[in-house]
Design a protein around this ligand. Structure first.
Ligand code: GCB
Length: 612
């Protein structure tokens, strides 16, 4: 029975990853020796997509002879009479990774196409090796070309993808061209309307990954949720000679070692037993070094082993009830402003979360960069990861569904070995309807197939109970699907004044753990007034005081992630002198100053943690 389950799981994984990615995603590039393609890239801003379409609006890449207008060819005049109306090499340059909005003043509000080009030499260390180009994220669409040939297209701004370049690669003068388009689209994921900045560009690292001809492409190595003395999973090879190959898995600290043999698809499953496993938890986030070795490849990972479950109203980490002292975080750099992407950005954000007393973070509203998860693993911070299915998605559009599923599959694939990740969130504040229910149920079922070991949730909305505005409830059929019942609520900010919290009671009918995924209020750092003065630190502080009191009345309450750690850019927030383009619900200003409410929450968490 057990074996059959694993095989079904694997088949689903393989089939869905075939559907999902243009090429199979290589996991744990993070720990491989790679060559960075970060740095300065030349770029051309192309609002009319002049470098993509000819004057009949036919795509150059579909033409037999694209001609000199096609930017992906990176053409140069061959004679003094040649007509070529672009030149990457004398165009301005821009830093990768980063967004264009905060690097170039004239691109601050730009939403459209920008072409990126980088030239480089590269010599493989061995002739038979294979080389991939790996993008950690490009927002939103990326058409990728290498030495004048199309490699493929990726949609979705927050997940990694890779393409093989082995047969196109030369020792000298390679060029990679990426058409990046961050135009918002109704049918996109996210859709037209969001409350965060639509940063465009190659926003995360770009790497060349050199591997042997048959290499370790993917693996899951996790504690068996049904048996805490067992580590199990699979390893998958990629190449032309991957059947019947030996794969060795070692966990030296546990003195565990296992040799398994791949099947015709290059896949081998395994189980290893030990009674000495030190479980990963928030107080002692123990990570084991795990070594995986195939005939001509090897890779190391740092993996924590733990279980996560719910039981009635409780969330159990390693079978023990845990209260999630959380905070929501956007992926914005506390160091440079703009989209965050470096390990220093991630470290600062998580250090602040720790200082606040958190053992949990909600990474809103899209997958964050891998540093966040790697650090959360090391720091013992539990993580909610989220798919950018936000507000008013085109529920009935099949391509929209496939896009949402693909983005979620990619982040699950990237982070499925991270102990910190406990919750996959399907969506945020999506209005109830039949098509939306069908969409989300399908997404949840897909997620459970890909990863049966973690919890599913979504930030839902609350409503009046039986028409009584003083009693609040969750009236949403998707609440029956999730493992953890989460919802956003803003009593005291959008919904009355802070004192209103005292008049509200909660009637939660589902017998599930409750996480309040958002509450909060806006305040401008340094602006003071009495607690009824909107935007003052005192108003925000009072909302926190009143809200915490109110929420403690929810019997099933198992934690929360207030909105939000740091003020963040949003084009919806333009009130001069107060917002100036920022959502001010941060507990910390964008320049790192703590507001009064920070200490209210910190106090609450410190007390909570002492009493646990
Ligand atoms: C919400 C959204 C979040 C917004 C926040 C706000 O409910 O989930 O994305 O930024 O409210 O500040 O209004």
């Amino acid at each position: 029975m057990h074996k059959i389950k694993i095989i079904v799981f694997l088949m689903v994984l393989i089939v869905s990853s075939q559907l999902a990615a243009q090429e199979h995603l290589i996991v744990n590039v993070y720990n491989r020796a790679t060559t960075s393609l970060n740095g300065q890239w030349n770029y051309i801003v192309d609002p009319y997509e002049n470098g993509f379409y000819n004057y009949r609006l036919e795509a150059f890449e579909d033409q037999e002879n694209p001609g000199n207008g096609a930017f992906f060819l990176n053409a140069k005049p061959k004679s003094k009479s040649d007509l070529i109306e672009y030149d990457f090499d004398i165009s301005d340059s821009i830093q990768v990774p980063s967004d264009w909005n905060t690097q170039k003043e004239n691109l601050y509000y730009y939403e459209g196409t920008v072409w990126y080009k980088k030239s480089f030499d590269y010599k493989k260390s061995e002739n038979q090796h294979r080389v991939f180009v790996y993008f950690e994220a490009v927002n939103y669409e990326a058409d990728v070309y290498f030495n004048g040939k199309k490699l493929g297209k990726h949609i979705g701004g927050f997940t990694p993808f890779n393409f093989e370049v082995t047969n196109l690669l030369k020792d000298k003068d390679n060029f990679i061209v990426v058409k990046v388009d961050n135009k918002r689209k109704k049918e996109g994921v996210p859709t037209l309307n969001t409350d965060w900045w639509n940063y465009g560009g190659i926003t995360r690292d770009v790497k060349l990954v050199e591997v042997s001809n048959n290499f370790i492409e993917n693996y899951t190595i996790q504690l068996n949720p049904e048996n805490k003395n067992q580590i199990k999973g699979y390893v998958k090879l990629n190449g032309t000679e991957i059947a019947k190959k030996e794969i060795q898995i070692d966990i030296p600290e546990l003195k565990l070692s296992k040799t398994i043999i791949s099947n015709a698809e290059g896949v081998a499953v395994f189980e290893m037993n030990s009674k000495k496993i030190q479980y990963w938890d928030t107080k002692n986030p123990h990570l084991y070094q795990v070594n995986i070795k195939s005939v001509n490849d090897k890779i190391t990972d740092q993996i924590g082993f733990r279980t996560i479950k719910t039981k009635g109203k409780e969330i159990l980490l390693n079978d023990e009830s845990i209260f999630l002292r959380g905070i929501s975080i956007h992926e914005e750099s506390p160091i440079t402003g703009g989209r965050g992407s470096t390990i220093e950005d991630a470290q600062q954000l998580l250090n602040w979360a720790k200082e606040l007393g958190c053992n949990y973070v909600r990474l809103a509203h899209y997958p964050h960069n891998e540093h966040m998860l790697r650090l959360a693993d090391k720091m013992g911070i539990l993580v909610w990861e989220e798919n950018p299915v936000y507000w008013t998605i085109s529920w009935e559009n099949e391509a929209t569904y496939n896009n949402a599923e693909n983005q979620l599959s990619e982040v699950i694939n990237r982070d499925k070995n991270r102990a910190s990740v406990i919750i996959w969130s399907m969506a945020n504040e999506t209005p109830t309807s039949e098509p939306r229910l069908i969409f989300l149920k399908k997404l949840a079922a897909h997620t459970r197939e890909l990863d049966p070991t973690r919890l599913i949730s979504a930030a839902l909305e609350q409503s009046d109970y039986n028409g009584d505005p003083t009693i609040r409830t969750i009236n949403d059929e998707f609440a029956n699907v999730v493992d953890v019942l989460s919802f956003n609520q803003y009593v005291g900010w959008y919904d009355g004044l802070p004192e209103k919290c005292g008049q509200i009671s909660w009637k939660i009918l589902q017998n599930k753990p409750v996480l309040i995924s958002e509450f909060g209020a806006g305040a401008k750092i340094g602006f003071h007034g009495d607690k009824l003065t909107r935007w003052s630190e005192e108003f925000q502080e009072d909302v926190y005081i009143q809200t915490l009191k109110m929420l403690e009345g929810i019997e099933q309450l198992q934690g929360f992630s207030p909105w939000i750690l740091v003020d963040f850019r949003s084009p919806r927030r333009m009130l001069p002198k107060i917002q100036d383009g920022y959502n001010r619900k941060g507990l910390i200003s964008e320049d790192g100053k703590k507001k009064k409410a920070f200490y209210v929450l910190k106090n609450f968490y410190d007390t909570k943690s002492a009493s646990n």
